[in-house]
Design a protein. Sequence first.
Length: 664
Amino acid sequence: MADLFQNVAQTQDSYTAADIEVLEGLEPVRRRPGMYVGGTDERALHHLVAELLDNAMDEAVAGHASRIELDLAAGNRVTVSDNGRGIPIDPHPKFKQKSALEVILTTLHSGAKFTQKAYETSGGLHGVGLSVVNALAAELQVEVARDRTLWRQTFRQGKPQTRLENVGGAPNRRGTTVDFLPDPEIFGAQARFSPARLYKMARSKAYLYRGVEIRWRCAPELLAEGDATPGEAKLHFPDGLKDFLSASLGKRKTLVPEPFAGEASFPDGQGRVEWAVAWPADEEGFASSYCNTVPTPEGGTHEQGLRSALLRGAKAYGELIGIKKAGQITAEDVLGGAFQLLSVFIRDPQFQGQTKERLATAEATRLVENVVKDHFEHWLSARPDEARRLLERFVERAEERLRRRQERELKRQTATRKLRLPGKLTDCSRTSAEGTEVFLVEGNSAGGSAKQARARETQAVLPLRGKILNVASASADKLKANQEINDIQLALGCGTRAHFDLDKLRYERVIIMTDADVDGAHIASLLITFFFQEMPELVAAGRLYLAQPPLYRLTAGGVTRYARDEGHKDELLASDFKGKSKVEISRFKGLGEMPATQLRDTTMNPKTRTLLRVVVKDATDPDPQGEERLTRERVEQLMGRKPELRFAFIQENARFVAADELDV
């Protein structure tokens, strides 16, 4: 014990002022990129381009730019330009030795978007977007054309390599051009931009602001054989989100032929909103929302406003025309299975996190609700026959929901009466559990792809939003209140813990299907923990599986193979592609980015896929109870409430991690 206190004292003595670091300039970004772009993976890499596009879109939305260009060149180099006002190049009043351009590129929290003087609405809030791109770029060059003069400055890893130079006259040019190469020290030597992903990003921006034209270019050698991404395109959509909705629906039938679409300004100049909603007959829709052209995949207060507006409008119109039980419908009855697009432009939006995935501005709910509700009521009144059919469908969904609440245990309905459960479950049509399976899928986007790829008779899909609750460290009240966990329990219908009944499990197999990356592995771990703790008999019965989506697609000479991971990719290169001079290797960014046909063939088709069964013990183990006890201890150690147990595990096993496997 004396030695212990002596060691503690020595540790305290060694902690001095010399241990305190002060990171200056852009060094915090390079040291901790995850704080600014969410990590160093493919998603973070493409977020750099999103930051530049957001800046250009802010110029367009403010009325100063009509054209944006996005160019993906060989060598993984991206150029984004606009014909807006151009970043100011005159000396900054506070940093007199630097131009405003250099201050913006080298100083965090600098910019013109903290007030409404230069931009009434903008996607940039914290003044870090352009400086973060600069910090994480191996090379970056910016050109500004202002007052018929072209200015240029170059940077490397966030540090100026030249002073701001007057390049000469530019009589027919104006705006800002940023050309950069992402730093392989941050993102890895193999990190590459995806043409398909960047093109999709550019197209969505063009849909969001009908006054802008986005010109897309991609070097031909970067487009894989069979890739539908064009090499060049001019993206301009005069009908905005309505065009987006039409392109997404294609030839699918809808309950009402004409979508509910429009735009309106908020009172007192507080911004504006645009929306487009349709109800597909197959009830397989999704929701996409944006704030100041920034995607908000996790939704937020503006989506709540849309839901409230459509619910209140539907109730009011239903009661007006005398539809019985219109008062009992909920937002899920109205929007479950609907195709929803929403875009708001507001001042000083508040997001959760720098990556802006969820809007948190409380006022947005009231603004959207009040404006959209009136338009929805007018839209319904203008088409009484179609509106009645739509309202009757809402009431039908409400009646089904109430019947389910009254049932003690869920029972499978007939194929002609599709079972509808919370959590956007898309059920299979087979009436018995034999041969059926349900896929628990990461995110609505991946859920949409899985619904298209599934076999409707035997495969059900339940999209889950984000990471579910860690049940090993959560209280009983949190567990009971968690919507995602409730959705899983209702979908499976077999109960939990003491109320678990394997005979009532509605599917023969439960398959966890997440992205083949670190985040996907984390979500899978949380789901396995849930089943191990709440439904251990399901795991013991061998009914829980892990899907194995590929990470890579390899193509050469008409031969295509899919690799599960890096090791499998190397095996295929050494075997199936041995002697091939040029092999096209594309890395899947996630299930949502994978075409439905490829997702079906690689991950969901029982004839071609690979599944991993989740087991607690080896069937040959002589002491199964001891193995289960050890597993429970390990789950408590890694997923439980005591962080010191995880710290001890890391200390004990750190020596087994190779240096080149560390994500630093």
